[in-house]
Design a protein around this ligand. Sequence first.
Ligand SMILES: [Zn+2]
Ligand SMILES: [Zn+2]
Length: 490
Amino acid sequence: MSRINPRVLATGYSRYRVVGGSANMMPGCFGSLFQRKQVSAAPRQVSHTQISQPSAVASSTPSGLKCHLLTTCDHSDTDASNWWLHTDAKPPAYSPETDADVKSAIDEKLDEISPQLRKMSLEIHDRPELAFSEFFAHDLLTSFMASHGFTVTKHYLGLDTAFRAEYSHKQGGRVLGINSEYDALKGMGHACGHSLIAVSGCGVALAVKAALETHDIPGKVVLLGTPAEEGGGGKVILLQRGAYEDMDLCVMCHPAPGAIKSANLGTSTAAQDIEVEYAGRSAHAGAAPWEGTNALDAAFLAYSGISVLRQQMRPDHRVHGIVEGNQDWAPNVIPDYAKMHWLVRAPTSAMLAAFVERVKRCFEAAALATSCEIKMKLAPPYFDLNQNQALGQEFSDVVRRRYGMTTNGTAGYASTDFGNVSYALPALHPGYAIPTEPNGGNHTIGFARAAATQAAHDATMLVTKGLAHTGFRALSNDDFYKQVRASFKA
Ligand SMILES: [Zn+2]
Ligand SMILES: [Zn+2]
């Protein structure tokens, strides 16, 4: 067992911090995982097979954000030129392992079921389903888990496409939670790679089950099938309904562009979904426009107001939206209705709440200027990711040592409903690189193509192994789990 350098453990990587969601959200999750500057996750031990690393030092970025460095902050992934591209895509080699337990039950199980997981991933990829309509994926994944000895509850907690699959070895022990996502994007298919996340969750669950049996460790594994991450906040609903209450920790992963064989343990942004409706009065646009109240004008002014606000916005904040329109619009009729859908993002929930107030004023001002009625609907926000440091350090150590991966702690500008989970219990959500096309990051057609490649599957399997090792350690090692609890900050 490697020795922990307490200094690195304390500062290995961190997060911006703090708080902040659910129905009808379109926070869209994990694009640009490798953007916002943060902190490097250092290996907690320098092995003789690795390049020696100087000890950790701390400095500040110009914006005052604390940045704990090795030699320098590892921002290699901020440069798209370092992305792992299809043109140089080779399936990542399974690096020779130096540990005594060369072939663990976890690795053996995942090597054994990898072809089945690959087949399921492609089946889900070929049948993209939107939020709360993921019936094919729900049925496929639940029948797979049941056939591998898990007790399955379909349509879990009132959500048609959620499920719970659990397995216990002996009595007592801790409970490892795992999340699978499987929703797709409108018109783009699996452009966020949730088909990979779906099978990764199954893989972690089956691998940890095998390890519990092999080492005769008491414990429970719970895989939650969580619908509607791109819009709807499935995890937030499941959290509110108690799905996570018996878990001692929870893990999942997410693909993104990045350097070859890299994983990211940085945080994400908190996000607020806002639907805005304007109601006016129709009139003949030529004969009597003065009799009308133009709802499209209100939407136009709101869009313009937010564009002006953007000049005063902090660089780590985001606001973006669309006009959803109305099928009845015609150029010769003053539009009496307009609907917009916006997303507001900021590093923390506190910063998000303040920024949302400024954005709301733009909506209200447009209603005032046009004499339209306004209705705003704010969904519960998505929190930023509160990555558990002890879990992150262990994962980083495992994937570096066993699989020759690199890890970094670069914070991203995407958002996930797993952020809310991460403030409820110790949790880990690594991003990891799959080979992509230039400009083919998350939420592009190119990324949907990337998610179907063998190399993307192989990268997913490495991260799945890393998560399984990390989760199993939390179940089997009391001292480690104490560290996990100690580093949990709700
Ligand atoms: Zn996603
Ligand atoms: Zn997404």
